[in-house]
Design a protein around this ligand. Structure first.
Ligand code: ADP
Ligand code: MG
Length: 314
């Protein structure tokens, strides 16, 4: 029997929504797209982001410290862990239901709480760059910056947001368990929100105040699972050069050399498209026959059939 193609899917913000009801609705569409790929004969592993959710949880935990002075502020690593469980819960249920609706009864679905080791000397810790949580006006931003020692930054004319360090993922702590589950045929959700960032202190893993980019975490997961493809699902069908300009052009495929060239020419916005292109490129050159695709959630079946998306190859 032909080996099934193993793919790691990285879900972006639009696959999960911004609020509890939005997420509940969004995961249904997301589950359809994922089960489409299983019907296409792929073995699927799911990773996802957590930008709005981790911000929301962080705000809720801050509110708790206001309500109850005995409650200290919750570390960001704990907020990431909470976001993994909450998103995993919704995704798990939606996937289970979609599989049953299509008469695919024999695929167990489970979420793996995943810690990812980062380097405590990663330069990202001294220059926070990843926006999380809600937008605030200048006054509110100043207040929380003072109260909680947050770094606040203006985000593309849309207001102020908290920015946190986004170090590179080094090692997936639970990788052996994830591999065992995937090899057994389970549909696994792992490395949610980029993984819970931890640093090693002897035998102890200490939570780090950071959020790892889910695009890089998914790339590491795909490498570790020896996947054939990394599929990054986002809000656009393809990657563009001159994005948003009159001479904008959508790309069907990119070799490693072309991708490098376009990165150096600044075609991809840092914090949104740049990490995706970097992760796709990194995976595509990491082993024989590996490819990466960036496309839209709704287009994932067509993308796996080679009909759309931007494909990265060595
Ligand atoms: P996600 O939540 O999926 O990680 P992001 O909003 O972080 O999504 O990044 C995807 C967005 O990046 C697109 O919706 C688009 O607005 C923006 N973008 C920036 N540069 C480009 C580019 N060169 N080509 C396509 N999209 C781009
Ligand atoms: Mg993003």
């Amino acid at each position: 029997m032909k080996r099934r193609k193993r793919i790691v899917i990285a879900l972006g913000g639009n696959a999960l929504g911004n609020t509890l009801p939005e997420q509940m609705a969004a995961v249904k569409t997301t589950a359809r797209a994922i089960v489409d790929l299983i019907e296409e004969g792929c073995e699927v592993v799911v990773a996802h982001g957590n930008g709005p959710q981790v911000g929301m949880i962080n705000n809720a935990m801050i509110a708790l410290t206001h309500e109850d002075l005995a409650q200290p502020n919750t570390p960001l690593s704990v907020c990431v862990a909470m976001s993994q469980a909450y998103i995993g819960y919704d995704l798990q249920n939606a996937l289970r239901e979609e599989l049953l609706n299509r008469n695919i009864p024999n695929i167990p679905v489970a979420t793996m709480i995943t810690q990812i080791r980062v380097d405590e000397n990663d330069p990202a810790f001294s220059s926070p760059s990843k926006p999380i949580g809600k937008f605030m006006d200048a006054e509110e931003a100043k207040e929380v910056a003072h109260k909680y020692d947050y770094v606040m930054k203006e985000d593309a004319g849309r207001g102020y947001r908290r920015v946190v360090a986004s170090p590179k993922p080094v090692e997936i702590i639970e990788i052996e368990t994830i591999r065992t589950m995937v090899d057994a045929g389970d549909l696994v959700i792992a490395c949610g929100g980029g993984g819970i960032p931890v640093v090693r202190k002897g035998n102890h893993l200490k939570g780090a105040s950071a959020v790892i980019d889910k695009d890089f975490a998914s790339c590491l997961l795909a490498k570790e699972l020896n996947a054939d493809s990394l599929i990054i699902l986002t809000a656009v069908e393809k990657v563009a050069v001159n994005f948003g300009k009159p001479n904008e052009a959508w790309l069907d495929e990119l070799s490693a050399a072309q991708a490098q060239q376009l990165i150096s020419e600044g075609h991809f916005a840092p914090g949104s498209m740049l990490p995706k292109v970097e992760a796709a490129l990194d995976f595509a050159v990491s082993g024989e026959g590996r490819t990466a695709i960036i496309t839209q959630l709704e287009k994932s079946r067509e993308a796996i059939q080679g009909k759309t998306g931007t494909v990265f190859h060595a």
